[in-house]
Design a protein around this ligand. Structure first.
Ligand SMILES: Cc1cc2nc3c(=O)[nH]c(=O)nc-3n(C[C@H](O)[C@H](O)[C@H](O)COP(=O)(O)O)c2cc1C
Length: 158
């Protein structure tokens, strides 16, 4: 079983959780990055994100540091952007065929997760998508208990 923890993070919250997961489950870790960075203050990125989500925009992403096809299990992390996964994750899911793999999604958010996990499941055709982990932050303060997160991590690849 080869495990990859793969995440997109704009502000660092999702990256922090991804690091915790990889430390616990082993395997490799890689991040999804947009070719063009999001610039400007937080509110302008929130507005840009809304426009992108609304039109289903897929920003160009950098070549990943790993070959996703080498892995059996993908732990996929995204921040919630306007009730779904971030556009960079949309690009990734459009580009990769995850059929035959097991996907464990997690999503960091400010309390409004929306339809993020249902959207991930729809976008991972042919994959076995496990129950997602909803991780709440207030800005950069973790609000979901670490015990709850660790209990979910324990289930990965068991
Ligand atoms: C463009 C944008 C849209 C967001 N939309 C939501 C949302 O719909 N629901 C929510 O609970 N939080 C929303 N947030 C807050 C982020 O999901 C939350 O801060 C997340 O932990 C950020 O992860 P990151 O630091 O890895 O980027 C949004 C943030 C941004 C920048």
């Amino acid at each position: 079983m080869k495990i990859l923890t793969l995440y997109y993070s704009y502000g660092g919250n999702t990256k922090r959780i991804a690091g915790r997961i990889q430390k616990a489950v082993g395997g490799d870790i890689a991040c999804i990055e947009t070719v063009t960075p999001y610039e400007g203050d937080y509110n302008s990125v929130v507005d840009q994100g809304q426009r992108e989500v609304n039109r289903g925009f897929c920003p160009r992403i950098k070549l990943l540091a790993v070959n996703v096809q080498d892995y059996d299990v993908i732990v996929l992390g995204t921040p919630v952007w306007w009730y779904t996964f971030a556009p960079a994750v949309h690009t990734f899911l459009t580009q990769q065929d995850l059929s035959g793999k097991t996907v464990y999604p997690f999503a960091t958010n400010g309390g409004w997760i929306g339809h993020t996990f249902a959207d991930i499941e729809k976008s991972c055709k042919g994959a076995g998508v496990k129950e997602g982990m909803n991780i709440r932050f207030d800005e950069d303060v973790l609000r979901t208990s670490e015990a709850e997160i660790d209990a979910w991590i324990q289930k990965i690849a068991k």
